[in-house]
Design a protein around this ligand. Sequence first.
Ligand code: SF4
Length: 503
Amino acid sequence: MQRREWGLPETEAKPGAIRVAHVYPGSYEEAMASLGYMTIFSKLNEAEDIVAHRFVLDSPFSLEEGTPLRSYDVIVASIHFDLQIPLLLKYLATQRIPLRKEEREQPLIVGGPATWNPLPLINIADAVSVGDGEDHIADAVRGMLSERKEWTHSNVLNTWVKNKASFARHDLSYRPPAIVTEKSAYGRKSIYVEPSRGCNFGCRFCLIGWTKRPRRDRKLSQILDWITEGLENNGEKVYFFASDILGHPHIPKVLEILGELKIPFSLSSMRYDRLNDEMLDILREGGLRSITVAPEVASTRLKPVINKPIPNEGIVELAGRAKKKGFKSLKLYIMFGVPGEQEEDVNEIIKLVEAIKKTGIQVRVSANPMIPKPHTPMQWAPFAGIDYIKRANKLLEKSVRANTMNPKRAFIQTLISVGDERIGDLLLHAYRDLNYAHWMGAATRLNIDLSKYIRGGRETPWRELIDTGVTDEFLRREWEKIQKGEYTSPCHERCSLCGVCFP
Ligand code: SF4
């Protein structure tokens, strides 16, 4: 495959360097759109004594020199979604790399949001890079190679030693090179920019919101350098990735400048309360035809449960303003299965969609089941159940055109998200196929009772292994607020002393 890529770090052989196979368990296009993956890739190659090459699911060989995984000293895998774990295992198996760590010659270091409950990977990975990896990934590679069994770096969890690992937080002084590729998941020749990391709002289901706190904003000069370098590298469009992009103090100005220069841009997220008239004008000027709002729920009873107070009337009013300003569509992100939800709450979503439609704007709905995530207050929440999600999907689809998730996939995702060593065994037996019956058959053969993973109030053993900085007491209080339906203020309004900034 002929690839056109610009701005990649130097990946030539360095004498005596450690050779790292850096795997992204997704397609080439997805990997090139993953800032986390490309940041770690760049950081590894900047080390004098390390050379890292990319591996993606489309190719059995490295993208850099066409060599197989087996020819590398260390494997590093960046895993962003739970269901990428079986994909990674399948890829390794296809390359004849043993999956169990004691059978494998090369150490495997995993990192990324889907590994912060490392228990399902405890017999597979040699170490987990916990939190922001920029500062420690090179040390982790060196350490794993020299002292595989005794590695105890505070930010890298040695799953044999089981010492509690602290979550690493980078100060964002480093930025990766502005790599541009002809093809990537969010369009050709995109420049991917991360203006901030973390989020102030504390939505109770959101893994990133609870593990990447506190919010950190990059300096304006760094963002401008990043964009300029991307344009020099043939970039044609700027894609901003962060949880609350418009909350960055300088981003509105940056977007305005891009609009004036006729450089198109896109945003991975937009908070409803940031979309005033002025901002809508800036977005239109930048070529956007659609806005995105993620209320997750529409019932007023459930809004405090997830700690996301976005009023339905406000969304309808925003839709009307957006329509008048020339936006064609509004995308709505919805979540099913939050604690206390009933089928009548789905009707509230349908009513909201109908009200938005009356403004004349097109509505697109994306509905996903809530997956309980470790280290969040929802870590104790039950999985809503395949039957309930099926009914909710059907009810929604009867009145509204919506993209929905297969509930059986959501079930498997939940097992991985809040699983333990036994789910690790299941992964080792079932990774080849995400078919539900296949997983159930494997669970029966292994005599694993799956009900304990999906019911509420589950054990949270990942808390014994990883310290995110948020205290157990604070998470408990948030869980109680879920039962009572009470809000917690965002960090910028009132610090709730979660434990991260003032331990
Ligand atoms: S300590 Fe306060 S300001 Fe810092 S992340 Fe926690 S709630 Fe937010």
